[in-house]
Ligand binder design. Structure first.
Ligand code: ATP
Length: 239
């Protein structure tokens, strides 16, 4: 049997301090290929903390994260960064694009960090991604020349730069108007349905969470509900 794309075992993150704060407690979780997963829960329930642990942006106090069956527990910072670059794409609530760079230069950044393609191919791929996200006419613009929704689409293009199987998104529509929010949601939906990627998104927007295939609910850093809402496309066997 193939290993899940991501597996968390007894994942726990406690912040040290005079009064230690438990951000994530004893989380067991498997994420497979082609899943579209919402992480929901009240403010402060540990949703972002869990996402950062799954995305190797933070280190657990105890427990393990396996990516493609490989234990990441003992990896040093460089090795963790290498796994992140090749396997994961991140989209945050705020786009974090570099203002002095053009859109295509922003999208090329993760490719340059991975260093697998010659420059001309990086540029071609960046343009292709921007074009596929409806930004064909903007590739040489800078982020401040775009709307909020357009900037978030650039952030999605950047997350896809190295063709990762997994996209982790923290409130990806949280700062967008309704129309842009729906566009970004549809883009994420297509990444699952058309490309077979796995998308995990933290969201407060219940109307979006309800349209995702699986919902994981957190309270006080613990999973209180893990519910399949729709079978993932990859699990439907054609007749
Ligand atoms: N660096 C930190 N120092 C102190 N407390 C922190 C830190 N990071 C997170 N916390 C606390 O840990 C808890 C979990 O935070 P986290 O951001 O993961 O929750 P969340 O569910 O994503 O919240 P929100 O929905 O408000 O974004 C919160 O109570 C938060 O205040």
């Amino acid at each position: 049997m193939t290993a899940p794309l991501v597996e968390a075992r007894k994942l726990t993150r406690i912040l040290d301090g005079i009064v230690p704060v438990t951000l994530v407690a004893d989380v067991d979780l498997n994420l497979g290929k082609g899943e579209f997963v919402a992480i929901t829960g009240p403010s402060g329930s540990g949703k972002s903390s869990l996402l950062y642990l799954l995305g190797l942006l933070d280190v657990p106090t105890s427990g393990q994260v396996f990516i493609n069956g490989g234990d990441t527990t003992d990896l040093d910072d460089d090795a963790r960064a290498a796994v992140r670059l090749a396997t994961l794409g991140f989209v945050f609530q705020f786009h974090f694009l570099l203002p002095e760079f053009t859109l295509e230069q922003n999208v090329m950044l993760p490719m340059r960090a991975l260093g697998r393609l010659p420059m001309a191919q990086m540029r071609e791929r960046a343009r292709g991604l921007l074009e596929s996200l409806g930004l064909k006419d903007h590739v040489t613009k800078r982020p401040d020349q775009l709307s909020g929704g357009q900037r978030q689409r650039v952030a999605v293009a950047r997350a896809l730069a190295n063709d990762p199987p997994l996209i982790l998104a923290d409130e990806p529509t949280g700062s967008l108007d309704t129309k842009s929010s729906e566009q970004v949601f549809q883009i994420l939906r297509d990444l699952v349905d058309k490309d077979g990627r796995t998308v995990v998104a933290v969201t407060h927007a219940m109307e979006l969470a309800e349209r995702m295939d699986r919902r994981i609910h957190l309270v006080d850093g613990r999973i209180t509900e893990d519910r399949q809402q729709v079978l993932p496309a990859a699990a439907i066997i054609p007749s």
